[in-house]
Design a protein around this ligand. Structure first.
Ligand SMILES: Cc1cc2nc3c(=O)[nH]c(=O)nc-3n(C[C@H](O)[C@H](O)[C@H](O)COP(=O)(O)OP(=O)(O)OC[C@H]3O[C@@H](n4cnc5c(N)ncnc54)[C@H](O)[C@@H]3O)c2cc1C
Length: 379
């Protein structure tokens, strides 16, 4: 996909306009105050940006992952924390579409797709991050209900979300003993602990989630018992495309800021972009972003065609997030001392970029996925 259709271009422009209108004026202050504003998320929903990939029947725009990635990139150019919000709230929608039943979809999808409800995804625990299959939260069957007990860690939107997809153990050890549940935000027994004080993405709340005899109807289970690990991995495969798109927005925004500065800043009587050392840094940024965008759009396109895409999504996640870290670091360099101040957005973008290499499977884990895929082809 080398050019956008007219409809895609119109969607990009609408997303850009909504992000600028709703998010630009508060992004700096909210980063400093570590403030998430749910009302801003609702506004993105009102602009039609929270259910791009969800079927029209369930209240979404009924478009594909290519369009979803385009929208996320535009939001990330302005406010990466809210691009992550849209992506994370998209995970329950993706899960409901693939693993939910009609009653579950009717209850939750229209609100999530409209951005009236906020979604979250609860897999990680204090002792299980990359090794998610070893999670310890339990779900014990009790008649028509399950009783959930355990602690989840790092939950984006913890305490703010209306609906959480929670992975818990219903069987023996390992991935096959895990099931997935829809847990409403007002479930008795569900509470929230420590909010993490983070390096970046500070407007996105990352919170400990505590389940103490939280009673969940058995009808809230997503698919059969023992299917929860597949639910989680399937969602993360798709989620990696949205993290890559977020990283692209960060990269593009950082490069544009550095480029605009480099054409106006003069030293030794010339614009600094005309020093080869600076011009080449900008050229390398453009090369990396172009490469990362192509592989991200390819992963999205493969998913839209129902073709195998998970190894390409892993490549996109590595390429785009490593790109964002490199581009933001060099963008700070282009501005010299000014790049290091909070007067410019680059230090914030650099802090935001770092976490993209960690979430939804670290980039080391992505390389494990890619290497396994390559090995299968060579065996
Ligand atoms: C801001 C933020 C938001 C998050 N939001 C959510 C959320 O909403 N829901 C949720 O469930 N989780 C969330 N997470 C958790 C995130 O998915 C985990 O942090 C991530 O999966 C890594 O797990 P870990 O932090 O326990 O690191 P570990 O798994 O302990 O990894 C530590 C280091 O070891 C490396 N490593 C581990 N295993 C391997 C391996 N097999 N091969 C090579 N290297 C390896 C890792 O790459 C890393 O460098 C969030 C995290 C952050 C920071």
């Amino acid at each position: 996909m080398f050019t956008l259709s007219e409809d895609q271009q119109a969607l990009v422009e609408a997303a850009r306009a909504a992000a600028e209108a709703e998010l630009a004026s508060t992004v700096k202050a909210d980063d400093e105050a570590e403030l998430f504003r749910k009302d801003l998320f609702h506004k993105l929903g009102a602009a039609g940006l929270c259910g791009v990939q969800t079927a029209e029947r369930w209240g979404g725009l009924g478009l594909g992952y290519v369009e979803y990635a385009l929208v996320i990139e535009e939001i990330a150019k302005v406010a990466p924390a809210y691009a992550v919000s849209v992506a994370v709230s998209g995970l329950p929608q993706v899960i409901l579409a693939k693993f939910g039943d009609d009653a579950q979809r009717e209850r939750w999808m229209p609100g999530l797709a409209a951005g009236e409800l906020l979604g979250a995804f609860a897999l990680s625990e204090p002792g299980s991050g990359s090794d998610a299959g070893s999670l310890r939260t339990t779900a014990t069957r009790d008649g028509d209900t399950y009783r959930l007990n355990g602690t989840k860690f790092w939950i984006t939107h913890g305490g703010y979300a209306d609906i959480y997809v929670v992975m818990a153990r219903t069987g023996g050890p390992g991935p096959k003993g895990i099931s997935a549940f829809l847990v409403a935000g007002d479930t008795p027994g569900l509470s929230f602990g420590k909010k993490e004080e983070k390096m970046g993405l500070r407007a996105s709340p990352t919170v400990e989630m505590i389940l103490e005899d939280a009673i969940v109807p058995a009808s809230n289970r997503l698919g059969p018992e023992g299917n929860g690990f597949s639910v989680a991995m399937s969602a993360l495969d798709s989620g990696r495309i949205t993290i890559a798109a977020t990283a692209l927005g960060i990269s593009q925004s950082a490069m544009d800021c550095a480029g605009r500065y480099a054409v106006t800043r003069k030293q030794f009587d010339q614009a600094i972009i005309d020093f080869q050392g600076v011009g080449f840094m900008l050229a390398d940024m453009a090369v990396r972003i172009e490469q990362a965008r192509l592989v991200t759009h390819k992963a999205a396109w493969l998913k839209d065609q129902d073709l195998p895409f998970n190894h390409v999504a892993a490549m996109a996640k590595c390429a785009a997030t490593d790109c964002a870290m490199a581009v933001t670091t060099d963008a700070v360099q282009v501005l010299g001392g000014y790049g290091y101040t909070r007067e410019y957005p680059l230090e914030r973008l650099m802090r935001d970029a770092k976490v993209m290499q960690i979430v939804e499977g670290t980039n080391q884990v992505q390389r494990v996925v890619i290497a396994r895929h390559l090995k299968r082809g060579w065996e």
